[in-house]
Design a protein around this ligand. Structure first.
Ligand code: SF4
Length: 188
């Protein structure tokens, strides 16, 4: 069965593609991530993934237009729900692309990350599968977390230090913000 695999970056693709191929799926990666900021970082992740696909002969569709407004128009007024909205933007587009381009199934490499809201992603994908009348192939790819990391290091892939958006970049590097967030969590 053909499957469209939403792909956030090269390192997160390695384990899921191996798993899906071992089960007989014919995988096409789908890079659609307007949540990656700034543009140079978006380009770096996209280029690294494209080089990997070329080297290893992987089927890959890339949405190269960088639609900043799509992300910020939806997120700015709802920052507390930013990850949920971010999943909606990327997964909805993936399911729609799959349905319109002859893919009977879809999935996402977001299910590989230990840092994402796994259950929420699964729920959203199941709903989208119903909406677009295609199959959602669920697997807990987190089981291969370390295997994927080791392989990405062996292959010399670019490994990003933060999730993607400007908010996550600030949370990664701004020590004053980190302190504030820790304090807020303690008081909750
Ligand atoms: S932290 Fe990651 S998942 Fe959440 S909004 Fe930012 S890029 Fe999207």
């Amino acid at each position: 069965m053909k499957i469209l695999l939403h792909t956030c970056c090269g390192p997160c693709l390695l384990y899921p593609i191996k798993q899906l191929e071992s089960k007989g799926y014919e995988v096409t990666g789908y890079f659609f991530n307007p949540n990656i900021h700034p543009f140079k970082e978006f380009k770096r992740r996209l280029d690294s993934l494209s080089r990997l696909a070329e080297r290893e002969n992987l089927s890959l569709v890339t949405e190269r237009d960088y639609d900043l407004d799509l992300y910020f128009d939806k997120v700015v007024a709802n920052k507390q729900s930013r990850c949920s909205i971010c999943y909606d933007i990327r997964l909805q587009q993936t399911a729609e692309y799959a349905a319109h381009h002859g893919f009977p199934a879809f999935s996402t490499t977001l299910l590989y990350s230990r840092y994402q809201q796994h259950d929420l992603i699964e729920k959203k994908c199941r709903e989208l599968a119903k909406t677009y009348a295609i199959a959602f192939i669920y697997e807990d790819f987190r089981q291969g977390w370390q295997e994927g990391i080791d392989e990405s290091i062996d292959k010399g892939l670019y490994r990003q230090p933060y999730c993607g958006c400007l908010y996550s970049e600030q949370e990664r590097y701004d020590n004053r913000l980190k302190k504030k967030l820790r304090k807020k969590q303690k008081n909750q």
